[in-house]
Design a protein around this ligand. Structure first.
Ligand SMILES: NC(=O)c1ccc[n+]([C@@H]2O[C@H](COP(=O)([O-])OP(=O)(O)OC[C@H]3O[C@@H](n4cnc5c(N)ncnc54)[C@H](O)[C@@H]3O)[C@@H](O)[C@H]2O)c1
Length: 340
């Protein structure tokens, strides 16, 4: 077992372990009310219908299950959850557990953050991506018709419980998607104590330590937290060009390739990072050159124009300089093409 503390607008513990034995000790104290709503998705409900049996003694436990998939992170399910909590007479001291990947985590946390202006929240991430990234740091969201994550809050959970044994049932492409986000940490962390070779407590701990330090310093993404978006501007564009059929982390991994290529041209830098990147991409099962040839540059730029990070006629890109440090750099939209 490993444990991390995150100090932001709430201070909380992140428990990283293999199994659910520590859940009662680590999380139950934060679920003080008599009712708990477990928000989950159809896949998890099918595979782990009894996961919380015996973990929530003396509680009235309710389940709200959304259909698995990104489309479920929408306004309808959000309103559905809100009405469900009202119907079940949840009060301010009752709590929510999110049990699922980033989709469940984002919509469940958004619901917890807005129900009666905020109720207790425990995150139990089940996908690798949610374990190393989305369950920690307090970004909550739902998608709107015009785009992803356009509606959301910053709301830290009261605890995060990472049970690595859940990964046994995670489909292989979702595992690779998680590796894509892990790859990002490799570039964010100058010390590079991140390896994609073995998924274990230590790897998750190392990733989350990087994230926890950054979030503690800049919870609302005014500065340093932007670095965690490395690869994401192109990643989101690739995701959109694929109509969201390619897993988020895989798109981020491809986006990192674009960001490295961009950085090389922008800083006139060496090729070392790019070769390391290409070999790491083999572990994620993506051939970057193939992906690079596949996507039309103008179409990518057309999508990037509407990125949330746009300020006037420029977009903030996270680039890696010649000292291998990440930097946030505003680049004029008209100039993007010459760097990719
Ligand atoms: N809030 C944040 O900081 C943040 C950060 C990164 C990504 N995100 C969001 O996270 C979402 C992507 O998350 P995701 O990749 O976890 O997707 P997801 O939640 O859709 O999960 C991927 C798939 O794996 C299944 N699954 C999850 N855990 C499983 C398990 N243990 N066994 C079997 N199947 C399992 C799910 O049912 C789903 O079909 C996106 O909406 C993205 O915007 C949020």
């Amino acid at each position: 077992m490993k444990e991390l503390k995150l100090s932001a607008s709430k201070n909380y513990n992140i428990t990283i372990t293999d199994g659910k034995d520590l859940f009662i000790e680590k999380c139950l104290p934060y679920l003080s009310g008599e009712k708990v709503a477990v928000i989950t998705d159809s896949n998890l409900m099918k595979i782990y219908p009894d996961y919380f049996e015996k973990l929530l003694p003396n509680k009235k436990v309710f389940y709200y299950t959304i259909k698995a998939g990104e489309e479920s992170k929408d306004v309808n399910n959000y309103v559905g959850i809100m009405n469900y909590l009202v119907e079940k007479e949840f009060s301010r001291n009752d709590g929510v557990i999110t049990f699922g990947g980033g989709v469940v985590g984002d919509i469940g946390a958004f619901s917890a953050s807005t129900y009666m202006r905020g109720i207790n929240l425990i995150a139990v991430p089940t996908s690798l991506l949610a374990m190393v990234d989305s369950s920690v740091g307090g970004k909550t969201a739902i998608n709107l018709d015009k785009g992803k994550n356009l509606c959301g809050t910053f709301y830290q959970p009261n605890g995060v419980y990472i049970d690595l044994s859940l990964l046994k049932t995670l489909p292989d492409n979702e595992l690779k998607s998680g590796l894509g986000e892990i790859l990002k940490y490799k570039y964010v962390d100058g010390k590079k104590n991140i390896s994609l070779d073995k998924i274990d407590e230590e790897l998750i701990y190392n990733c989350l330590q990087i994230k926890a330090e950054i979030v503690a310093e800049d919870e609302r993404e005014g500065g340093k937290r932007k670095l965690l978006n490395f690869g994401h501007t192109f990643g989101h564009a690739v995701e959109k060009l694929n109509n969201f059929t390619l897993a988020h982390g895989i798109c981020v991994a491809i986006g990192i390739g674009y960001a490295l290529r961009f950085s090389e041209k922008y800083y006139n830098g060496g090729k070392e990072d790019f070769n390391t990147y290409l070999s790491l991409m083999q572990k994620i099962g993506v051939d970057f050159s193939e992906a690079y040839d596949k996507y039309d540059k103008d179409k990518l730029i057309e999508i990037i124009k509407y990125d949330k990070k746009r300020k006037g006629d420029a977009i903030d890109f996270v680039l890696i300089d010649n000292e291998k440090k990440l930097r946030v750099v505003p680049v004029k939209i008209d100039d993007i093409k010459e760097y990719i």
